[in-house]
Write a protein that binds this ligand. Sequence first.
Ligand SMILES: [Zn+2]
Length: 292
Amino acid sequence: MPELPEVESLTEFLRDRAVGHTVVGVDVVGFQALKTFDPPVSALGGLEITGVSRHGKFLDLDCDGLHLVIHLARAGWLRWKEDLSGAKPVRPGKGPLAVRVRLSPNELGLAPGFELTEAGTQKRLAVYVVKDPAEVPGVAALGPDPLAPEFTVAKLQEILGGNRTQIKGLLRDQKVIAGIGNAYSDEVLHAAKMSPFKIAASLTPEQVADLHEAIVTTLRDAVERAHGLAAKDLKAEKKSGLRVHNRAGQPCDVCGDTIREVSFADSSLQYCPTCQTGGKPLADRRMSKLLK
Ligand SMILES: [Zn+2]
């Protein structure tokens, strides 16, 4: 699932390639992906892309005042196409293609564009056409961006203070902090040497400062690694840069202990017992419930 670093990189990628082009057409194949109907997608036709920005995990293409906002969700992806002029017309079907955005030709006569695809059967990819990105409920509800200057240690302290939830769940709650998902919350907690089950409000001021440092450093490093990569190479880069997420059974790069996995909410999390939980494996509560 693309999280802040990958969406940031896609934002830069599109800013370099799409800005200055005019939208020729937006073909919607996966109708469930389109979440708005007024203005219609056809209203984007003829408008110039004037800017691309990111809100949490949302991509926002400013088409001269009208915004195409994209949320790739769990299995969605963006594929840049250097030339769509010979592409077959899109037909609703079983394939992963959900939306195709066709752009005006460049000086070489190539008509670039991009496609939004979604693998699997759970269709969560979401596309919105709005006059203001804040009209998208998920954007309006976003917490502070961890890479923004406003995200200070004091701000994090304010977020955590009095919050009785487990730190793992809190970090990936978009309303609390924008842009962190299942993968980078595992990475942040490993970098902070903190148990994912720790209660947010129980952190000492020193631990809050460590966690802040881990959040900012982990995300900055990932953004830097992804910088300048083509959209198609981002997934592999994300995977190779992760130290604990999806690495259960492998040795921890820091201490050599075996990375473990435990169920959490609707999925699972990975962590290093030596680095994060005083060497003790966390109890898998879903398993113990089943055994009762
Ligand atoms: Zn370790």
